[in-house]
Design a binder for this molecule. Structure first.
Ligand code: AMP
Length: 221
């Protein structure tokens, strides 16, 4: 397996699918949202700087994010591949990423695009919960993602809470940012003939989507 870039609008189930891909293909899952939230929680100077930007639903500076990714994909566990969840998010980041791969002597990534309608995505965030300790994500409207005990993480017993940016107002803003910036990225990869499109229907559950992803990856070896 080589590296994979996963592109999707907010609340498409990107994180959940990235974790499944990571386990199935035995490659590390690199989530930029998690990398940034870790900085935020550790209250590093960088964390304090980006906290406000993230609360607003805006994008963090390309330079910051590109540096964090370059550091991470240089780790030994990324030698056989990795899955990037949340990067690149703009054409500028895609170009920076191409330059980074060349510099690190790594092959191009395979790009997966999870296509979901805005209203379907919105209905999903209203029931999303995350663990304040380990960051695991749950969804009370999705059977496979419902926590076993109310408000408690199955993995570490941490307290579950609603993410600060999981409200309709910030969601709409994040979706608008996505449409403005990220959709151009889709054309960028389409033109390079690198894009695998996965359509998510309203009725698709986690497994349905994952089966579509596996089919796309396994059939295009
Ligand atoms: P996510 O968990 O992927 O929805 O990301 C949460 C927030 O982190 C976003 O709303 C952005 O503020 C920031 N973020 C994540 N990935 C990136 C990126 N590639 N470029 C800029 N900002 C990002």
């Amino acid at each position: 397996m080589t590296s994979i870039v996963l592109i999707a609008p907010p609340a498409a189930g990107k994180g959940t699918q990235a974790k499944k891909i990571s386990i199935h293909y035995n490659i590390p899952h690199i989530s930029t949202g998690d990398l940034l939230r870790n900085e935020e929680m550790s209250r590093t100077p960088l964390g304090l700087q980006i906290s406000e930007i993230m609360q607003r639903g805006d994008l963090v500076d390309d330079e910051i994010i590109t540096k964090l990714i370059e550091q991470r994909i240089n780790y030994d566990d990324c030698k056989e591949g990795y899955i990037l969840d949340g990067y690149p998010r703009t054409i500028q980041q895609a170009i920076a990423y191409d330059i980074m791969l060349e510099k690190l002597n790594k092959k191009s990534s395979r790009v997966l695009f999870l296509d979901i309608a805005e209203e379907t995505a919105l209905s999903r965030i209203s029931s999303r919960l995350v663990c304040s300790n380990c960051g695991s994500s749950y969804n009370t409207k999705v059977e496979e993602l419902t926590p076993k005990n109310n408000n408690m993480c199955d993995k570490c017993q941490g307290v579950l809470h609603v993410r600060a940016d999981d409200n309709e107002e910030t969601f709409r803003k994040r979706f608008a940012t996505y449409k403005k910036e990220t959709s151009k990225l889709i054309d960028y990869y389409k033109n390079k003939n690198m894009l695998y499109e996965i359509k998510i229907n309203e009725t698709d559950n986690v497994e349905d989507t994952f089966n579509k992803i596996k089919k796309a990856l396994d059939n295009n070896g």
